[in-house]
Design a protein around this ligand. Structure first.
Ligand SMILES: [Zn+2]
Ligand SMILES: [Zn+2]
Length: 288
């Protein structure tokens, strides 16, 4: 499950396929295939489900921005199901040593997090705003790369802060606590627009704020001084197949533990409610 499922479920994203099966981090075994996979092979099906292959974005390595792209669990049926149909060209081969339930969160939380981390460049001091499914994966990659990670959560979310410290964060606290150091980059996973000026105010000159969510509440106005000195704000949209290939290659070298809570398929609605209220530790995974 992904926070985006909530936005689709709540009708916050335009023009979903209706009726629709949610879910875009599918792990399954091939029942019937085309030419790329044999029956029985394990594959991952991500959010990016189809692109046109001929527009200016597709032909320049930016298929994530294809205006005709279709998305699993949004404009294509997804994975809250026992069986699903996917275009094999967009499926990933998954690292064998990670089991189905633990590899599932890597397919969106991991991929979007990885793309956001690439946008953070070589930032040494990295702030993560919101510490859920994506952040807990990014934190481990960032720590393995030798970066200092600062985790910022809702005030009183001790569980998320403890998880961040366990995973190697140098500091964990609330979004309105003073940080012990300036940040070279901040990645915002929480869908709260007011975090954008807050994160800008925490940046060193030249730093970047990366907004990693598909949906965010309005960003309040802020003084130009917060942006001045070459600070920037950028958003990350979707993923490319290259992101997935790079991430799953990286995971052959870097040990990433995903923290999960599992639910039976029939409890999907309850699990969404827990996700909405921020009560899921790590990522929620449905087991059909
Ligand atoms: Zn295209
Ligand atoms: Zn997602």
């Amino acid at each position: 499950m992904c926070r985006t499922d909530l936005h689709v479920h709540d009708g916050e994203l335009p023009e979903p396929k209706l009726p629709l099966v949610l879910g875009h981090q599918i792990v399954g075994r091939v029942v019937e295939g085309g030419s790329r996979f044999a029956p029985g092979e394990r594959v991952g099906v991500p959010w990016l489900g189809w692109t046109c292959g001929e527009c200016e974005y597709c032909v320049s390595g930016r298929e994530n921005l294809c205006p005709r792209a279709r998305f699993t669990g949004y404009t294509l049926d997804g994975g809250y199901a026992e069986e699903a149909v996917a275009d094999e060209r967009y499926c990933f081969v998954l690292p064998e040593r990670i089991d189905d339930a633990h590899v599932a969160p890597l397919l969106c939380a991991g991929l979007i997090g990885y793309r956001a981390l690439r946008f953070a460049g070589d930032a040494r001091r990295l702030g993560l705003y919101g510490f859920g499914a994506s952040a807990h994966i990014v934190a481990q990659i960032a720590v393995a790369e030798g970066r200092s990670v600062f985790a910022l959560t809702r005030r009183g979310d001790d569980e998320a802060q403890n998880l961040a410290r366990e995973l190697g964060a140098e500091w964990a606290g609330a979004t309105d606590d003073p940080l012990p150091d300036e940040l070279d980059a901040a990645i915002i996973f929480a869908p709260a627009g007011e975090l954008v000026p807050a994160a800008l105010a925490a940046l060193a000159p030249g730093g970047c704020v990366v907004c990693a969510g598909i949906h965010m509440s309005d960003i309040p106005s802020f003084p130009y001084e917060l942006l001045w000195r070459e600070r920037s704000v950028v958003s990350v949209a979707n993923l490319t197949r290259r992101d997935g290939e790079e991430l799953f290659r990286l995971l052959e070298r870097v040990q990433v533990e995903t923290t999960i809570e599992t639910y039976p398929l029939a409890a999907a609605e309850d699990a969404l409610t827990r996700l909405r209220s921020g009560r899921v530790r790590g990522a929620a995974v449905l087991i059909p």
